[in-house]
Design a protein around this ligand. Structure first.
Ligand code: CDP
Ligand code: CDP
Length: 217
């Protein structure tokens, strides 16, 4: 089991989990891993190699040899790779190839914050703090559209909403580590919360749960 304080943040696309994870990591002095980047980078490596996203052998090889520093973050966070990552993330062998790196990150003695889809259910089932972040699909599409536009990507709200709905379905419907709330997670709906309000709520959840678990918050 993990020694330090482990905070598991899960939720659907653009719910605000990455922003919360980053802020919580800074607040509690913990390292942070955005696990979505692992799937995005795996998909990116496949596309750059001219491979199909359902080429299991190539996908597993890409996942095993992954070094996040080889990739441009703006490219990884593009709309194209959001879609492609959820296709490779449904391949059980790809997930298996990425488990070890995530678990060893969480096992650091100082603790860690990880955000993704299956952190509380599969990667860190013993995490002292689990938060499941949600928001309406419309609100998430608005946020993602603003975010992509601010990075210079040409976006259309209706298409982003479609992307988000399709990705929600794929991530929740897959048989391997589907997106779902862990039994012992706290649900945080950020539909009507700005970043400050969502952070304050998450910080309170962490303090309460960390104290209960006997970990310093
Ligand atoms: O930021 P956003 O929520 O749009 O996506 P992300 O967290 O970067 O994740 C991209 C895709 O990777 C998701 O749609 C999932 O299919 C997959 N993923 C996963 O399966 N498990 C994780 N722990 C993290 C991401
Ligand atoms: O990691 P995830 O895809 O769940 O979402 P994110 O990258 O943290 O947030 C997506 C976008 O929504 C970012 O541009 C955030 O600044 C914004 N956001 C927001 O406007 N209000 C919140 N309560 C949380 C995030």
């Amino acid at each position: 089991p993990e020694r330090g304080l482990v905070i598991a943040i899960d939720g659907p696309a653009a719910s605000g989990k990455g922003t919360l994870a980053r802020r919580l990591a800074a607040q509690f002095g913990l390292p942070h891993l955005d696990t979505g980047l692992l799937y995005r980078a795996t998909a990116c490596a496949l596309l750059d190699d001219g491979r199909a996203l359902d080429d299991i052998r190539a996908a597993v090889e890409a996942a095993r040899g992954l070094a996040l520093c080889d990739f441009d973050e703006a490219r990884l966070r593009s709309r194209e790779l959001g879609e492609a990552s959820s296709v490779v993330a449904a391949i059980p062998q790809v997930r298996a190839a990425l488990i070890e790196a995530q678990r060893s990150f969480a096992a650091r003695s100082e603790g860690a914050v990880l955000d993704g889809r299956d952190i509380g259910t599969v990667i860190c089932p013993d995490a002292a703090v689990k938060i499941f972040v949600t928001a309406s699909a419309e609100k998430r599409a608005q946020r993602r559209a603003l975010e992509l536009a601010s990075r210079g990507e040409r976006v259309d709200y209706a298409h982003i909403l479609e992307d988000i709905r399709r990705r929600d379905e794929r991530d929740s419907g897959r048989s391997s580590a589907p997106l779902k709330i862990a039994d012992d997670a706290v649900r945080l709906d950020t539909t009507d919360l700005d970043i400050e309000a969502a952070f304050a709520a998450a910080r309170d959840i962490v303090r309460e749960k960390a104290e209960l678990a006997g970990k310093v918050g």
